[in-house]
Design a protein around this ligand. Structure first.
Ligand code: NOJ
Length: 528
């Protein structure tokens, strides 16, 4: 009784404190634990460019962006935002902003142009330079070994993820990176979002290697019913082998941490019908738990076994031994929430991944969640409250693991014809990120062990099949004018947030903008 009362009072106090925090216009990093890390995130293909420079081999994305015809604006990452040549400028922007940590990825094809064999020293030099520049400016590197892109040579030679050889090749590549960079890199992740790039590569075929069942999505080869699970299984092997190498050979001396980054989506049932409740559990398993269950618990989710039967490869005792617990932390990329509903309309289709069928195809919006809006990727829909739900889901399901919120942000459709000021005035992004941070902070107060948060992204960049049409940056990039950078309102806001200042970022932003564009008496219509 006494305990119940204490819990009740504590809950009341905490909801009061929370209400104050949420309404407090002075919400800054000071609301977070002092050692909490704040950063920005990027990836090699989306930022670097220099796709065939200094000995780099072609990646699957170089190949795909050139021949697929699937990129919204018909463009590619050949130049991207030229981080390969402008890394110093980017590091400087981060330093001015006051970030603690930069999450970026290494292009496997820059280190091993053919996927295996000879190391490309010029590629190594580039990452050494970037890492050293960050450290010199007081920032930590947080490195992803594979953020969607792999050497195309491995696709051509043996079918990449469909062949278990890739696990050994990935482990060798990872080992080379630990050996060359691990004296300075203390945060490693093996993969970014396997629960996205495997299904879109092998189920719908909309990303490389464009494989799917011809009857479903018109690919020239593939099998949407089986290949996603074979590819995913080989990826789990690759993850387990790389973590094993790190732990056996490097971790004790280098004193770093290793994990994996997963895309997370929060799902609500569309109605309270038992069918929709089941659809919600199913999609949670197929999206959020597909890779995390094996890595944390050593087995695929029960629901996946139930629906896939023998299509789901078996985790052998040997692999289970390596997989279970193969992480020091988990990275969660969170942007949005979706409704789940039963996929009865697909009852007659061939067996396939259930989780896509679970997304509703209705067209209304409820409680801020668009229902079945398939026009945009979820990262272009902002649903901040789901961050707290998602973190709590992971906390409960996996016994409170150490977490990073490895991506969060908001993508808007760019409009090249808008005046510059309108392009920069991204109040919607500031609100989206600020609210997400408030819910994240609340989840920490509820006991989640979250150690850091990354905004996706510092700069506008190449958004995969959306090309450059979808804008995620806190800096606008003028692609028509030498890739000039312009800080958006969100860049001012994040800098003030990180510096613990609560002065109005809007005023500062407008004053600077007017000063810079003094030649134009009306900043509202000023063009770049
Ligand atoms: C997920 C991916 O990791 C990243 O590459 C992508 O650009 C962002 N989220 C936004 O969609």
């Amino acid at each position: 009784m006494a305990l119940g009362k204490t819990i009740y009072v504590a809950a009341l106090i905490s909801s009061f404190v929370y209400a104050v925090a949420v309404n407090n216009a002075e919400f800054t990093r000071k609301a977070f634990p002092s050692e909490f890390l704040f950063g920005v995130a990027s990836s090699a293909y989306q930022y670097e460019g220099a796709y065939a420079e200094d000995g780099k081999g072609l990646s699957n994305w170089d190949w795909f962006s050139h021949i697929s015809g699937n990129i919204a604006d018909g463009k590619n990452g050949d130049v991207a935002i030229d981080e390969y040549h402008r890394y110093k400028e980017h590091v400087e922007l981060m330093s001015e902003m006051g970030v603690d940590v930069y999450r970026f990825s290494i292009a496997w094809s820059r280190i091993f142009p053919e996927g295996t064999g000879e190391i490309n020293e010029k590629g190594v030099r580039y990452y050494n330079d970037l890492i050293n520049e960050l450290l010199n400016k007081g920032m930590q590197p947080f490195v992803t070994l594979c953020h969607y892109d792999i050497p195309q040579a491995l696709e051509d030679q043996y079918g990449s993820w469909l062949n278990q050889r890739i696990a050994d090749d990935f482990a060798r590549y990872a080992e080379a990176c630990f050996e060359m960079f691990g004296d300075r890199v203390k945060y490693w992740t093996t993969f970014n979002e396997p629960n996205v790039f495997i299904p879109v590569g092998y189920e719908t075929g909309s990303y490389p290697p464009q494989r799917c069942s011809a009857s479903l999505w018109n690919c020239s080869a593939g099998n949407s019913s089986t290949e996603p699970y074979i590819a995913g299984h080989n990826l789990l092997r690759a993850h387990a082998y790389a973590v094993d190498v790190y732990r056996r050979k490097f971790q004790a001396d280098q004193g770093g941490f290793i994990g994996i980054v997963i895309s997370t989506l929060w799902f609500e049932p569309l109605t309270n019908s038992s069918e929709d409740l089941e659809a919600k559990d199913r999609i949670h398993a197929f999206h959020n738990a597909w890779y995390l269950d094996p890595i944390v618990l050593g087995e695929y989710p029960t629901i996946m076994h139930k629906f896939l039967g023998t299509r789901l490869p078996t985790i052998t005792e040997d692999l289970r031994h390596k997989l279970r617990g193969s992480f020091d932390f988990i990275g969660l990329n969170y942007y949005s929430a979706l409704y789940a509903t039963s996929a009865s309309y697909l009852e007659n289709s061939p067996p396939r991944n259930i989780y896509r069928d679970s997304l509703t195809t209705l067209t209304e919006e409820r409680d801020g969640i668009p229902i079945g809006n398939q026009m945009y990727p979820p990262s272009m829909i902002c649903v901040p409250y789901g961050i707290e739900k998602m973190v709590n889901y992971v906390k409960t399901r996996y016994s409170n693991p150490l977490l990073f919120l490895s991506e969060n942000g908001f993508g808007n459709k760019g409009n090249d014809n808008l005046p510059l000021l309108q392009k920069l005035n991204d109040t919607f992004r500031v609100e989206c990120i600020q609210n997400a941070l408030k819910y994240l902070e609340k989840s920490i107060r509820q006991g989640a062990d979250v150690r850091g948060y990354f905004v996706w992204s510092l700069l506008d960049n190449f958004e995969w099949v959306f090309g450059y049409t979808s804008k995620f940056g806190m800096y606008h990039i003028d692609f028509t004018d030498g890739l000039q950078r312009y800080p958006k309102l969100s860049a001012y806001w994040y800098r003030n947030f990180l510096q613990g200042k609560s002065e109005s970022h809007t005023e500062e932003f407008l004053t600077d903008f007017t000063k810079k564009h003094a030649g134009n008496l009306n900043p509202i219509t000023a063009e770049a």
